[in-house]
Design a protein around this ligand. Structure first.
Ligand SMILES: Nc1ncnc2c1ncn2[C@@H]1O[C@H](COP(=O)(O)OP(=O)(O)OP(=O)(O)O)[C@@H](O)[C@H]1O
Length: 352
């Protein structure tokens, strides 16, 4: 299994434009799938194109295993990098059968070996028996799985996936993601998935690298990025966030408009010694509606949005300038205009 190491990667599309990548560091352990997640225009495609060798970096390095692909005075051409690419919309060759598409990159092998390898790859992506079909006879999801089979066939050290599920409708997307994830895991390839879709990054990847201002602002497991975001911007970018002004009380708690809340202790912040004010982060699913009894934190429901599997309730909390959102499973027992109590479950993250 091959590690990907990116160090100090810098790229500008020429002055006076500011750098798109500005000293970006990222390490992806061998066999892991890392999602590069960031807002539109943050440089995700630029990063992918430099890793693939389609674009020169201004500075920094890209190393796959022991091989420096990009570095000072080094720029291996794309065809010598052993990197497989799954583009946005499959981009299968329309005039070649599925089997020939999959075998396309298998140069220097005899016909029987090529055919066997293509069959293996079709089995890996769950499309055994589809080899004689033409690409237009496949669904969008099947085309993406064939694109992955084609990328994996030459046993690349690294696979790059460029927003590969964008063209699929949402009903199909979750299933294709899971299939692609499973095939990648079986193949053992290290992979980088570029996406601007938070759900996709959190549900598919082993590691999520959030890119902002040309650098990786946080790289961690999906759970850590969601539950312990490094700052309020990341908190809001990877999910719905409730951000509250807070005063640290010492002893691992903070005082907020929603009461005294215990602080997570598995963060870099030493919650015993934090003093002064900051912002605490909670997720909407950590807030619960309660009876509006005296003594409880109270507020007025301003909006209820029902999504089927859950609902989001917006509450104007007494004494708090901005309303808060809370997520509730099951039937929603409140209406806009009603009074409610609010209780916090679990721990919050404090940012100074
Ligand atoms: N060939 C180019 N010449 C000049 N500027 C470019 C070029 N390609 C990209 N840019 C600029 O670099 C920045 C980053 O672009 P890039 O495509 O890498 O972002 P992205 O994160 O992939 O965006 P999206 O999610 O919208 O695809 C953008 O401001 C873009 O306008």
């Amino acid at each position: 299994m091959t590690e990907l190491r990116i160090e100090g990667l810098t790229k500008s599309y020429g002055p006076p434009a500011p750098p798109v990548l500005d000293g970006l560091d990222l390490t992806v352990p061998g066999g892991a799938l890392a999602a590069v997640l960031g807002p539109s225009g943050c440089g995700k495609t630029t990063l992918l194109r430099i890793i693939a060798g389609f674009l020169h970096a201004d500075a920094g390095s890209v190393t796959v295993g022991e091989r420096v692909m990009t570095g000072p005075g080094v720029h291996l051409p794309p065809e010598r990098r052993r990197i497989g690419i799954v583009p946005q919309e499959g981009a299968l060759f329309p005039h070649l059968s599925v089997a020939r598409n999959v075998a396309f990159g298998l140069t220097g092998l005899d016909r029987t070996t090529r055919r066997r390898r293509a069959e293996e790859m079709l089995e890996l992506v769950g499309l055994t028996g589809y080899g004689e079909r033409m690409p237009h006879e496949l669904s969008g999801g099947q085309q993406q799985r064939i694109a992955l089979a084609r990328a994996l066939a030459p046993r690349p050290a690294l696979v790059l996936l460029d927003e590969p599920f964008n063209a699929l409708d949402s009903a199909l997307r979750a299933g294709v993601r899971a299939d692609v994830r499973a095939a990648l895991r079986l193949s053992g390839a290290t992979a980088v998935l570029v996406t601007h879709d938070q759900q996709e990054a959190l549900s598919t990847a082993d590691l999520v690298a959030v890119v902002r201002d040309g650098r990786v602002a946080q790289c961690d497991t999906p759970q850590q990025v969601y539950r312990r975001p490094a700052d309020p911007w990341i908190a809001g970018f990877v999910g719905d966030a409730v951000l509250l002004p807070a005063t640290a009380l010492g002893g691992g708690t903070a005082d907020t408009a929603l009461g005294t809340i215990p602080l997570a202790t598995d963060t870099d912040t030493d919650t015993d010694t934090v003093n002064g004010t900051g912002t605490v982060l909670l997720r909407p699913e950590q807030l619960e509606l309660t009876e509006p009894t005296s003594g409880a934190v109270g507020g007025t429901v301003t909006e209820v949005r029902f999504y089927g599997h859950d609902a989001m309730v917006t509450v104007a909390v007494d004494g708090l300038a901005d309303p808060v959102d809370l997520r509730t499973a099951g039937p929603v027992a409140v209406q806009p205009g009603e009074r409610t109590g609010i209780r916090v479950r679990g721990e919050a993250v404090l940012h100074s």
